[in-house]
Design a protein around this ligand. Structure first.
Ligand code: G6P
Ligand code: MG
Length: 221
């Protein structure tokens, strides 16, 4: 029986995935590295440090020392913070507020499983700080997505087995993590799939129908 819902934040609750992309794009441009939105799919769900490494790997002759990398990470986050400075509840993605409300009144426990250190700030700006029963602190994790740890920890924080939760993600790394945690997975607007398939796919957040999702994953069991 499904009792909990575990949500990624960036690209699921709000459109910050686009802002992460724009902030990275500015860094990449400056380094003479071409990235576009399609290439960016691989950065979704990936930690700040690993994202920079993936970008730098596109230009093997671009050798930076630890200090230079640290500087770029700082700059990326500073630009990202500028881009999210004016976020309000109006930036909650279509259908999400209704879904959260329906889930609350349905008695589902809810958690955020985001790799972002900015997650608490964003939730506050969106006016959603009190909606979630748990927000996993990514600083306390040993592994990053696609490792299942963050989803296991989210279920644990809700006092539930992973099988009793549904995970919502917009990234390939996230879908893999959810599935490896033994959770049913809902994929939102992901263009391609590799090894790990979601249980349910929707094109956009407005297409999420809670009752239907719960019914489908329960039938699969
Ligand atoms: C999420 C996003 C990634 C981002 C990561 C770290 O997983 O999908 O694009 O790089 O969080 O975010 P942060 O805000 O800590 O740089
Ligand atoms: Mg995401």
């Amino acid at each position: 029986e499904i009792k909990g819902l575990v949500f990624d934040l960036d690209g699921v609750i709000t459109d910050t995935a686009e802002r992460h992309y724009l902030a990275w794009k500015r860094i990449a441009d400056r380094l003479g590295i071409a990235i576009d939105r399609e290439w960016n799919e691989r950065l979704k769900g990936i930690s700040r440090t690993e994202s920079l490494e993936l970008i730098l790997a596109e230009k093997p002759d671009c050798l930076l020392d630890a200090e230079e990398k640290e500087q770029l990470l700082k700059e990326k986050n500073a630009h990202y913070l500028e881009l999210i400075a004016e976020i309000t509840a109006a930036d909650i993605l279509p259908g999400i507020s209704d879904l959260l409300e329906e889930a609350k009144s349905g008695g589902y426990r809810m958690a955020i499983a985001s790799a972002s250190k900015n997650a608490p700030l964003i939730l506050e700006r969106l006016g959603l700080s009190t909606v979630f029963d748990a927000v996993v602190d990514p600083e306390t994790l040993t592994y990053n997505k696609p490792h299942p740890e963050i989803f296991e920890r989210a279920a644990q924080a809700l006092g539930l087995e992973t099988q009793a939760c549904i995970g919502f993600e917009d990234s390939l790394a996230g879908i893999e993590g959810i599935k490896r945690a033994g959770m049913p997975a809902v994929a939102i607007g992901i263009p391609v799939f590799a090894e790990w398939l979601p249980d349910i796919e929707v094109a956009a957040t407005k297409d999420l129908k809670l009752e239907e999702i719960v019914r489908k994953v329960t039938m699969k069991e």
